[in-house]
Design a protein around this ligand. Structure first.
Ligand code: NAD
Length: 375
């Protein structure tokens, strides 16, 4: 009892649900963090090394992200303990069984995350008929990863953040050197949008390794390679290293777009960027973020920078179309990034502290209208 409640605080989590079906080896956990603002939206992550702790922290990130984005949704997350690369029929069985187990939780709206995709969401819709976002266009969805909804938000967060950088004071996106950790849906689209603004991609990493080329990596060529099922280390030019080398690459803008806790107290001194824009959820530990802030490195927190995906999901849930979603993402991410950075400058607090103040104030206000509080 004490163990499962170790993360409980005044915001949540409201419910932690174990899903288990031994005949197909389905092991999953759903965490519904806080639904004071509305039904929880949060993705389904499938990986062999997920954990309940990760799920609880990610569900909280979703509560904060939805609140900071001004969406009438709470936060939730599901983790499935399985290899995302299992054969498709096996994956379909796992996802359909999960959906079936969660059909009676109307306060939770499912969506894709690492290891799940639009097809998985279509199976869920077929199984339970409702409460799912991130569907393929053919099933009435907005293809979040294909259009690069999250990366579109990152690109705008970066543009707003640049004038707030202090070392050196402001720099322009054109010719800015960018390194991206994780070259999947978020990383690839971020590279694409930033290249359109004439930024130069100097480094990229995926689970196989990393590539560094100070003369600039051809973004389209790298995307084509990845789409052909290859790794960034198959890029013909540049210097190849192990995947963690990306943390120390010389660059102006560093974008984590892979796993949590990739910059910690153990490696934070290696980071050389002036601006860190968090595409992944919880990629930096609190200590690492504080250290970088004190060094003058601007860090735009995850739940402000990468909220494009959930804004898109919320728009899909409301029956909006792609162009409307992209417009709302641009507007919301720009406004919130500016709000947070102004507050951070004015009150001399970190951007994360400012973002927390913004999100928690909104959640607490919604909680004050409830008969209970967090649900
Ligand atoms: P994805 O599965 O499409 O891509 C992940 C990429 O990271 C892959 O290229 C993979 O090889 C690489 N990778 C995995 N482990 C790595 C490691 N240790 N070092 C370097 N690279 C590694 O996932 P995605 O949808 O692009 O999501 C990436 C991150 O962004 C996740 O943390 C996710 O929670 C977060 N996020 C995604 C969205 C979205 O819209 N997809 C929205 C908000 C946040």
């Amino acid at each position: 009892m004490a163990d499962i409640l170790r993360f409980a605080d005044n915001l949540g989590p409201a419910k932690i649900i174990q899903v288990y079906e031994p005949t197909i080896d389905l092991k999953a956990v759903l965490v519904i963090d806080n639904i004071a603002m509305g039904p929880a939206i949060g993705g389904i992550r499938m990986a062999p090394d997920v954990s309940i702790d990760e799920c609880i922290r990610l569900a909280r990130t979703m509560t904060l992200k939805n609140a900071a984005a001004g969406l009438s949704h709470g936060g939730g997350k599901t983790v499935v303990y399985a290899d995302a690369k299992v054969p498709r029929p096996e994956k379909e069985r796992l996802i359909r069984a999960l959906a079936s187990a969660l059909r009676n939780f109307p306060e939770y709206v499912m969506g894709p995350d690492m290891g799940t995709d639009e097809e998985c969401m279509a199976w869920i819709k077929d199984e339970i008929g409702h409460n799912v976002t991130g569907l393929p266009a053919e099933s009435g969805g907005i293809p979040i990863d294909q259009i690069g909804a999250t990366a579109w938000g990152l690109r705008h967060a970066i543009e707003v953040a640049l004038p707030y950088c202090t070392c050196p004071v402001g720099f322009s996106l054109a010719q800015a050197r960018v390194a991206i950790q994780g070259f999947g849906a978020v990383g690839m689209n971020a590279a694409r949008f930033l290249a359109e603004q004439k930024a130069i991609l100097v480094g990229a990493a995926d689970s196989q390794g990393s590539v560094y080329d100070p003369d600039g990596i051809d973004v389209n060529k790298l995307i084509r390679l990845k789409e052909a099922g290859k790794s960034v280390i198959d890029y013909p030019d540049g210097e190849k290293s192990d995947r963690d080398a990306i943390v120390g690459f010389e660059c102006d803008i560093w974008i984590p777009a892979a796993r949590p806790d990739v910059v910690t107290e153990k490696n934070m001194e290696r980071l050389k960027a002036k601006l860190v824009v968090e595409g992944a959820n919880i990629p930096l530990t609190e200590g690492a973020e504080k250290y970088l802030h004190d060094k003058g490195v601007l860090c735009i927190p995850d739940f402000i920078a990468n909220s494009g995906g959930v804004i898109c999901a919320a728009m899909e849930y409301r029956g909006k179309i792609e162009s409307e979603a992209m417009e709302v993402i641009e507007k919301k991410v720009r406004t919130n990034t500016r709000l947070v950075l102004e507050e951070s400058r004015l009150k001399k607090i970190t951007p994360r502290e400012a973002a927390m103040n913004l999100a928690v104030t909104r959640v607490e206000k919604a909680m004050s209208f409830k008969r209970w509080s967090i649900y």
